[in-house]
Design a protein around this ligand. Structure first.
Ligand code: DC
Length: 216
């Protein structure tokens, strides 16, 4: 049996983690797990079902009845493909909010560790190198300036025909950075043994090559 390798990619919102992780996964022929999509799915479901954003019985009940999986690149929430439903600016904020809840993190980290224990994976998120896959063979901390990340997100939204000003996107990115870096439980931070890569001014291909060249 081939040796299992786990690659952790962490970093702030909009640093390009998922684009890079997807490309690296396809080059290496391993699975890609987007843990942010899992927090998005939970935030989306809490909002849709009117479950309050605090630790309570209703949340525990909802989490016990929640099933999240990835099948052929699609994210499946309770049997339904939710790829596009979880990509709105509203769900971005809901995901950031629900990711501070201990019971939400406990449930998702458990699923993520299961996914990372059976096969080679590249997993991206905020706490993969510091918590979920602490013993991952490779750890990358991918950053870019807030302005560049906002510019990339703004372009993406424009291409989708969504109306949001650059200023609003930048404010959103900064608010999420603040939430993600200051929450009590497993905040976003670079693992001591992670390699830091600043992608400001780099093309996707350049970042993918830089990641691959660090996997020796
Ligand atoms: O990567 P993303 O923007 O899709 O993630 C959505 C939110 O989920 C983000 O604001 C922080 C949270 N998150 C987290 O707390 N831990 C992870 N491993 C991944 C995402």
């Amino acid at each position: 049996m081939d040796k299992i390798i786990r690659i952790a990619i962490d970093g702030p919102s909009g640093a390009g983690k998922s684009t890079i992780a997807k490309a690296v996964a396809s080059k290496l022929g391993i699975d890609y797990i987007d843990t942010g999509a899992m927090y998005r799915a939970v935030g989306y479901k809490m909002d849709r079902d009117g479950v309050p954003f605090e630790e309570c019985e209703a949340l525990e009940k909802m989490l016990a009845e929640t099933d999240i999986d990835f099948v052929s690149g699609d994210i499946i929430l309770d049997g339904e493909i939710v790829n596009t439903l979880i990509r709105t600016p509203e769900v971005s904020m809901l995901a950031s909010k629900c990711s501070a809840l201990p019971s939400v993190r406990a449930k998702l980290v458990d699923i993520q560790r299961g996914m990372g224990s059976r096969k080679s994976v590249i997993m991206d998120g905020r706490d993969i190198g510091t918590n979920v896959l602490k013993d991952a063979e490779y750890k990358i901390y991918l950053t870019a300036s807030a302005e560049e990340r906002a510019q990339r997100r703004f372009k993406e939204l424009q291409e989708k025909g969504e109306q949001q000003s650059y200023e609003a996107v930048l404010a959103d990115i900064k608010a999420r950075d603040h939430n993600d870096m200051t929450r009590e439980l497993n905040p976003l931070r670079k693992a001591d043994d992670a390699i830091e890569l600043d992608s400001t001014g780099m093309s996707i291909e350049e970042v993918v090559d830089a990641v691959i060249s660090n996997l020796q």
